[in-house]
Design a protein around this ligand. Structure first.
Ligand SMILES: C[S@@+](CC[C@H](N)C(=O)[O-])C[C@H]1O[C@@H](n2cnc3c(N)ncnc32)[C@H](O)[C@@H]1O
Length: 356
Protein backbone atom coordinates (compact mmCIF):
# COMPACT_ATOMS: atom_id res chain seq x y z
CA UNK A 1 0.00 0.00 0.00
CA UNK A 2 1.21 3.55 -0.73
CA UNK A 3 2.03 5.83 2.20
CA UNK A 4 -0.43 8.68 2.89
CA UNK A 5 -0.15 11.05 5.82
CA UNK A 6 -0.37 14.79 6.54
CA UNK A 7 -1.90 17.86 4.93
CA UNK A 8 -0.84 21.43 4.11
CA UNK A 9 -3.87 23.52 4.99
CA UNK A 10 -2.53 25.98 7.57
CA UNK A 11 -2.33 29.72 6.91
CA UNK A 12 0.98 31.33 5.90
CA UNK A 13 1.14 33.12 9.25
CA UNK A 14 0.67 29.87 11.16
CA UNK A 15 3.22 28.12 8.94
CA UNK A 16 5.78 30.84 9.66
CA UNK A 17 5.09 30.63 13.39
CA UNK A 18 5.45 26.82 13.32
CA UNK A 19 8.76 27.20 11.48
CA UNK A 20 10.01 29.50 14.29
CA UNK A 21 8.99 26.92 16.89
CA UNK A 22 11.25 24.45 15.11
CA UNK A 23 14.04 27.04 14.72
CA UNK A 24 14.15 27.55 18.50
CA UNK A 25 13.08 24.04 19.58
CA UNK A 26 16.33 22.99 21.34
CA UNK A 27 16.46 26.30 23.26
CA UNK A 28 12.83 26.07 24.30
CA UNK A 29 13.25 22.40 25.21
CA UNK A 30 16.05 23.30 27.63
CA UNK A 31 13.97 26.19 29.01
CA UNK A 32 11.17 23.73 29.73
CA UNK A 33 13.55 21.32 31.42
CA UNK A 34 14.92 24.15 33.57
CA UNK A 35 11.39 25.27 34.52
CA UNK A 36 10.63 21.69 35.54
CA UNK A 37 13.89 20.76 37.27
CA UNK A 38 14.34 24.05 39.13
CA UNK A 39 10.83 23.46 40.58
CA UNK A 40 9.51 26.67 39.05
CA UNK A 41 6.49 24.92 37.52
CA UNK A 42 5.85 23.15 40.83
CA UNK A 43 5.98 26.46 42.66
CA UNK A 44 3.49 28.03 40.21
CA UNK A 45 1.24 24.97 40.47
CA UNK A 46 1.14 25.25 44.25
CA UNK A 47 -0.14 28.85 44.09
CA UNK A 48 -3.86 28.72 43.23
CA UNK A 49 -4.03 32.55 43.45
CA UNK A 50 -1.09 32.88 41.07
CA UNK A 51 2.47 33.88 41.95
CA UNK A 52 4.82 36.72 40.95
CA UNK A 53 8.36 36.37 39.61
CA UNK A 54 9.79 37.86 42.82
CA UNK A 55 7.82 35.43 45.00
CA UNK A 56 9.01 32.41 42.96
CA UNK A 57 12.62 33.65 43.15
CA UNK A 58 12.37 34.12 46.93
CA UNK A 59 10.77 30.72 47.58
CA UNK A 60 13.30 28.83 45.44
CA UNK A 61 16.30 30.99 46.40
CA UNK A 62 16.99 31.75 42.73
CA UNK A 63 17.93 35.05 41.07
CA UNK A 64 14.91 37.02 39.86
CA UNK A 65 16.59 37.47 36.47
CA UNK A 66 16.72 33.71 35.79
CA UNK A 67 13.16 33.10 36.97
CA UNK A 68 11.96 36.02 34.82
CA UNK A 69 13.50 34.82 31.53
CA UNK A 70 12.33 31.26 32.11
CA UNK A 71 8.75 32.24 33.02
CA UNK A 72 8.58 34.59 30.03
CA UNK A 73 9.73 31.77 27.76
CA UNK A 74 7.07 29.66 29.51
CA UNK A 75 4.44 32.13 28.24
CA UNK A 76 5.39 31.49 24.61
CA UNK A 77 5.64 27.78 25.35
CA UNK A 78 2.11 28.00 26.84
CA UNK A 79 3.31 26.31 30.00
CA UNK A 80 2.14 29.24 32.11
CA UNK A 81 -0.11 32.26 31.67
CA UNK A 82 0.10 35.59 33.46
CA UNK A 83 -2.64 37.85 34.84
CA UNK A 84 -1.78 41.09 36.66
CA UNK A 85 1.81 39.92 37.13
CA UNK A 86 0.70 36.64 38.70
CA UNK A 87 1.62 33.39 36.92
CA UNK A 88 -0.64 30.34 36.65
CA UNK A 89 0.12 26.85 35.32
CA UNK A 90 -1.60 25.84 32.06
CA UNK A 91 -2.73 22.34 31.06
CA UNK A 92 0.45 21.84 29.01
CA UNK A 93 2.48 22.99 32.01
CA UNK A 94 0.63 20.42 34.12
CA UNK A 95 1.68 17.66 31.71
CA UNK A 96 5.33 18.74 31.79
CA UNK A 97 5.17 18.64 35.58
CA UNK A 98 3.05 15.55 36.24
CA UNK A 99 2.50 13.36 33.19
CA UNK A 100 4.64 10.18 33.32
CA UNK A 101 4.74 9.73 29.53
CA UNK A 102 5.98 13.29 29.02
CA UNK A 103 8.63 12.92 31.73
CA UNK A 104 9.94 9.63 30.30
CA UNK A 105 10.12 11.13 26.79
CA UNK A 106 11.77 14.36 27.95
CA UNK A 107 14.39 12.52 30.02
CA UNK A 108 15.10 10.17 27.10
CA UNK A 109 15.50 13.18 24.78
CA UNK A 110 17.77 14.99 27.17
CA UNK A 111 19.88 12.21 28.68
CA UNK A 112 20.18 9.84 25.71
CA UNK A 113 19.68 11.96 22.58
CA UNK A 114 20.41 15.60 23.14
CA UNK A 115 24.20 15.83 22.78
CA UNK A 116 24.46 13.16 20.11
CA UNK A 117 21.76 14.71 17.91
CA UNK A 118 24.28 17.30 16.85
CA UNK A 119 25.62 14.55 14.54
CA UNK A 120 22.31 13.48 12.99
CA UNK A 121 23.19 14.85 9.54
CA UNK A 122 26.43 12.87 9.60
CA UNK A 123 24.55 9.69 10.64
CA UNK A 124 22.22 10.01 7.67
CA UNK A 125 25.23 10.34 5.37
CA UNK A 126 27.27 7.46 6.82
CA UNK A 127 24.49 5.08 7.91
CA UNK A 128 26.23 4.85 11.30
CA UNK A 129 24.98 6.06 14.70
CA UNK A 130 27.44 8.97 14.82
CA UNK A 131 25.83 10.46 17.94
CA UNK A 132 26.74 7.39 19.98
CA UNK A 133 30.35 8.60 20.19
CA UNK A 134 29.33 11.03 22.94
CA UNK A 135 28.97 7.95 25.19
CA UNK A 136 31.59 5.52 23.90
CA UNK A 137 33.22 3.74 21.03
CA UNK A 138 30.63 1.06 20.16
CA UNK A 139 29.02 0.04 16.85
CA UNK A 140 25.52 0.05 18.37
CA UNK A 141 23.97 1.29 21.60
CA UNK A 142 23.09 -2.31 22.49
CA UNK A 143 26.77 -3.23 22.74
CA UNK A 144 27.27 -0.38 25.19
CA UNK A 145 23.95 -0.44 27.03
CA UNK A 146 25.32 -1.97 30.24
CA UNK A 147 28.19 0.57 30.25
CA UNK A 148 26.29 3.79 29.49
CA UNK A 149 26.74 6.67 31.96
CA UNK A 150 24.30 6.25 34.87
CA UNK A 151 21.81 8.99 33.86
CA UNK A 152 21.70 7.88 30.21
CA UNK A 153 21.21 4.25 31.23
CA UNK A 154 18.46 5.17 33.71
CA UNK A 155 16.56 7.22 31.13
CA UNK A 156 17.05 4.57 28.43
CA UNK A 157 15.52 1.84 30.61
CA UNK A 158 12.76 4.11 31.89
CA UNK A 159 11.81 4.87 28.26
CA UNK A 160 11.98 1.24 27.11
CA UNK A 161 10.10 -0.14 30.11
CA UNK A 162 7.44 2.57 30.21
CA UNK A 163 6.05 1.46 26.87
CA UNK A 164 6.45 -2.31 27.15
CA UNK A 165 5.34 -2.52 30.84
CA UNK A 166 1.93 -1.13 29.95
CA UNK A 167 1.46 -3.69 27.18
CA UNK A 168 2.58 -6.79 29.15
CA UNK A 169 -0.59 -7.37 31.28
CA UNK A 170 -2.71 -7.31 28.10
CA UNK A 171 -0.50 -9.57 26.00
CA UNK A 172 0.35 -12.30 28.52
CA UNK A 173 -3.13 -13.97 28.37
CA UNK A 174 -2.90 -13.89 24.55
CA UNK A 175 0.57 -15.46 24.56
CA UNK A 176 -0.69 -18.24 26.87
CA UNK A 177 -3.91 -19.01 24.93
CA UNK A 178 -2.34 -22.17 23.45
CA UNK A 179 -0.48 -23.08 26.65
CA UNK A 180 3.14 -22.90 25.37
CA UNK A 181 5.52 -25.08 27.41
CA UNK A 182 8.65 -23.35 26.13
CA UNK A 183 8.94 -19.69 25.13
CA UNK A 184 11.92 -17.92 23.58
CA UNK A 185 12.03 -14.29 24.67
CA UNK A 186 14.19 -12.81 21.91
CA UNK A 187 15.78 -9.55 23.04
CA UNK A 188 14.52 -10.30 26.56
CA UNK A 189 16.74 -7.60 28.07
CA UNK A 190 16.52 -7.46 31.90
CA UNK A 191 14.30 -10.56 32.19
CA UNK A 192 11.24 -8.54 33.22
CA UNK A 193 8.91 -10.24 30.75
CA UNK A 194 10.31 -13.75 31.33
CA UNK A 195 9.70 -13.31 35.06
CA UNK A 196 6.10 -12.26 34.36
CA UNK A 197 5.64 -15.43 32.24
CA UNK A 198 6.87 -17.85 34.91
CA UNK A 199 4.75 -16.04 37.47
CA UNK A 200 1.67 -16.33 35.21
CA UNK A 201 2.05 -20.02 34.33
CA UNK A 202 3.59 -22.51 36.81
CA UNK A 203 4.62 -24.96 34.03
CA UNK A 204 6.23 -22.74 31.39
CA UNK A 205 9.98 -22.49 30.78
CA UNK A 206 11.51 -19.45 29.15
CA UNK A 207 14.82 -18.96 27.35
CA UNK A 208 16.04 -15.37 27.00
CA UNK A 209 18.18 -14.55 23.97
CA UNK A 210 20.16 -11.33 24.18
CA UNK A 211 23.67 -9.88 24.12
CA UNK A 212 25.93 -11.01 26.99
CA UNK A 213 25.99 -7.54 28.61
CA UNK A 214 22.21 -7.43 28.98
CA UNK A 215 22.03 -11.03 30.21
CA UNK A 216 24.29 -10.24 33.17
CA UNK A 217 21.58 -7.90 34.47
CA UNK A 218 18.86 -10.45 33.64
CA UNK A 219 20.76 -13.16 35.53
CA UNK A 220 20.86 -11.00 38.65
CA UNK A 221 17.11 -10.25 38.45
CA UNK A 222 16.23 -13.92 37.84
CA UNK A 223 18.39 -15.08 40.78
CA UNK A 224 16.79 -12.49 43.05
CA UNK A 225 13.36 -13.82 42.05
CA UNK A 226 14.50 -17.45 42.59
CA UNK A 227 13.49 -18.41 39.01
CA UNK A 228 16.85 -19.81 37.73
CA UNK A 229 15.39 -23.28 37.21
CA UNK A 230 12.71 -22.07 34.81
CA UNK A 231 14.48 -19.27 32.93
CA UNK A 232 17.54 -20.06 30.80
CA UNK A 233 19.90 -17.48 29.41
CA UNK A 234 21.26 -17.80 25.88
CA UNK A 235 23.87 -15.14 25.13
CA UNK A 236 23.97 -14.47 21.39
CA UNK A 237 24.66 -11.71 18.88
CA UNK A 238 21.51 -12.10 16.79
CA UNK A 239 23.11 -10.13 13.98
CA UNK A 240 25.28 -13.16 13.28
CA UNK A 241 22.87 -14.73 10.80
CA UNK A 242 24.94 -17.91 10.61
CA UNK A 243 23.81 -18.78 14.14
CA UNK A 244 20.48 -20.60 14.33
CA UNK A 245 17.79 -19.55 16.76
CA UNK A 246 17.62 -22.45 19.26
CA UNK A 247 15.07 -25.00 18.08
CA UNK A 248 11.53 -26.07 18.72
CA UNK A 249 10.00 -23.39 20.94
CA UNK A 250 6.20 -23.34 21.24
CA UNK A 251 6.26 -19.57 21.17
CA UNK A 252 8.78 -16.95 20.11
CA UNK A 253 8.28 -13.60 21.76
CA UNK A 254 9.72 -10.41 20.25
CA UNK A 255 8.75 -7.25 22.10
CA UNK A 256 10.12 -3.91 20.93
CA UNK A 257 12.87 -5.96 19.34
CA UNK A 258 12.59 -5.89 15.55
CA UNK A 259 12.63 -2.08 15.54
CA UNK A 260 16.29 -2.43 16.60
CA UNK A 261 17.24 -3.78 13.15
CA UNK A 262 17.41 -2.78 9.49
CA UNK A 263 14.83 -4.30 7.14
CA UNK A 264 17.54 -6.58 5.71
CA UNK A 265 18.38 -7.95 9.17
CA UNK A 266 14.70 -8.26 10.17
CA UNK A 267 14.15 -10.48 7.14
CA UNK A 268 17.03 -12.73 8.24
CA UNK A 269 15.76 -12.80 11.82
CA UNK A 270 12.28 -13.80 10.65
CA UNK A 271 13.70 -16.52 8.37
CA UNK A 272 15.84 -17.89 11.19
CA UNK A 273 12.83 -17.81 13.55
CA UNK A 274 10.78 -19.74 11.01
CA UNK A 275 13.50 -22.40 10.76
CA UNK A 276 13.42 -22.92 14.53
CA UNK A 277 9.61 -23.24 14.73
CA UNK A 278 7.54 -26.46 14.63
CA UNK A 279 4.08 -26.73 13.01
CA UNK A 280 2.26 -25.48 16.10
CA UNK A 281 4.73 -22.75 17.13
CA UNK A 282 3.60 -19.15 17.16
CA UNK A 283 5.73 -16.05 16.68
CA UNK A 284 4.48 -12.96 18.55
CA UNK A 285 5.72 -9.56 17.37
CA UNK A 286 4.85 -6.66 19.65
CA UNK A 287 5.71 -3.30 18.08
CA UNK A 288 4.61 0.31 17.82
CA UNK A 289 3.83 1.31 14.22
CA UNK A 290 3.56 4.98 13.39
CA UNK A 291 0.60 4.47 11.04
CA UNK A 292 -1.41 2.53 13.65
CA UNK A 293 -1.69 5.27 16.25
CA UNK A 294 -4.99 6.60 17.56
CA UNK A 295 -3.46 9.95 18.54
CA UNK A 296 -1.31 12.32 16.49
CA UNK A 297 0.88 12.74 19.58
CA UNK A 298 1.85 9.06 19.43
CA UNK A 299 2.82 9.26 15.77
CA UNK A 300 4.88 12.37 16.56
CA UNK A 301 6.73 10.51 19.34
CA UNK A 302 7.40 7.53 17.06
CA UNK A 303 8.74 9.68 14.22
CA UNK A 304 11.08 11.36 16.71
CA UNK A 305 12.11 8.00 18.20
CA UNK A 306 13.11 6.77 14.73
CA UNK A 307 15.83 9.42 14.73
CA UNK A 308 17.22 8.02 17.98
CA UNK A 309 17.71 4.76 16.06
CA UNK A 310 19.38 6.62 13.19
CA UNK A 311 21.74 8.62 15.33
CA UNK A 312 22.30 6.81 18.63
CA UNK A 313 21.12 3.18 18.40
CA UNK A 314 22.51 1.72 15.19
CA UNK A 315 22.10 4.01 12.16
CA UNK A 316 19.85 1.64 10.26
CA UNK A 317 16.55 0.93 12.05
CA UNK A 318 13.43 2.82 13.03
CA UNK A 319 9.88 2.77 14.36
CA UNK A 320 8.36 1.17 11.30
CA UNK A 321 5.19 1.63 9.27
CA UNK A 322 3.13 -1.56 9.68
CA UNK A 323 3.36 -2.27 5.93
CA UNK A 324 7.16 -2.48 6.23
CA UNK A 325 6.85 -5.31 8.76
CA UNK A 326 3.99 -7.07 6.99
CA UNK A 327 6.01 -7.12 3.74
CA UNK A 328 9.02 -8.61 5.53
CA UNK A 329 6.85 -11.27 7.21
CA UNK A 330 5.45 -12.21 3.81
CA UNK A 331 8.92 -12.41 2.26
CA UNK A 332 10.15 -14.62 5.14
CA UNK A 333 7.49 -17.21 4.31
CA UNK A 334 5.74 -16.84 7.67
CA UNK A 335 1.93 -16.49 7.68
CA UNK A 336 0.13 -13.84 9.68
CA UNK A 337 -2.57 -15.50 11.82
CA UNK A 338 -3.90 -12.50 13.69
CA UNK A 339 -3.28 -8.79 14.22
CA UNK A 340 -4.39 -7.23 17.50
CA UNK A 341 -4.26 -3.43 17.67
CA UNK A 342 -4.46 -0.81 20.44
CA UNK A 343 -2.53 -2.76 23.04
CA UNK A 344 -1.02 -0.77 25.94
CA UNK A 345 -0.32 2.82 24.98
CA UNK A 346 0.47 2.31 21.31
CA UNK A 347 1.29 -1.30 20.44
CA UNK A 348 0.17 -3.79 17.82
CA UNK A 349 0.61 -7.54 18.27
CA UNK A 350 1.18 -9.60 15.10
CA UNK A 351 0.89 -13.37 15.54
CA UNK A 352 2.53 -15.58 12.88
CA UNK A 353 2.82 -19.29 12.20
CA UNK A 354 4.83 -21.31 9.71
CA UNK A 355 1.69 -22.17 7.74
CA UNK A 356 -1.95 -21.00 7.54
C1 LIG B 1 14.40 -2.16 22.93
S1 LIG B 1 14.96 -3.51 23.84
C2 LIG B 1 13.47 -4.40 24.15
C3 LIG B 1 13.49 -5.11 25.46
C4 LIG B 1 12.24 -5.90 25.86
N1 LIG B 1 11.97 -6.97 24.93
C5 LIG B 1 11.04 -4.98 26.01
O1 LIG B 1 10.03 -5.17 25.33
O2 LIG B 1 11.11 -4.06 26.86
C6 LIG B 1 15.75 -4.47 22.60
C7 LIG B 1 16.57 -5.63 23.12
O3 LIG B 1 17.16 -6.30 21.98
C8 LIG B 1 18.50 -6.61 22.30
N2 LIG B 1 19.34 -6.65 21.11
C9 LIG B 1 19.62 -5.64 20.26
N3 LIG B 1 20.50 -6.04 19.33
C10 LIG B 1 20.80 -7.32 19.60
C11 LIG B 1 21.67 -8.27 19.01
N4 LIG B 1 22.41 -7.96 17.95
N5 LIG B 1 21.72 -9.51 19.54
C12 LIG B 1 20.97 -9.84 20.63
N6 LIG B 1 20.13 -8.98 21.23
C13 LIG B 1 20.06 -7.73 20.74
C14 LIG B 1 18.94 -5.47 23.19
O4 LIG B 1 20.07 -5.83 23.95
C15 LIG B 1 17.69 -5.22 24.04
O5 LIG B 1 17.69 -6.00 25.20
Amino acid sequence: MAMNYGSDKKSAVQAKFDAQKIAFAPVMFQATRALRDLDILKCVNEAPEGITIAEVARQLELQEYGVKVLLEAGLSLELVRVENDRFFLTKTGWHILNDALTRVNMDFTNDVNYLGMFYLTESVKTGKPEGLKVFGDWNTVYEGLSELPHTAMKSWFAFDHYYSDQAFPEVIPILFRNKPAHILDVGGNTGKFALKCVEYDPHVNVTILDLPGQLRKAEENIKNAGSEKRIDLYPIDLLDHSRPIPGNPDAIWMSQFLDCFSQKDILELLRRSKESMHRGSELFILETYWDKQKYEASTYCLHATSLYFTNIANGCSQMYHSDDLLNLIKRSGLKVQEIIENIGISHTLIICKTQQ
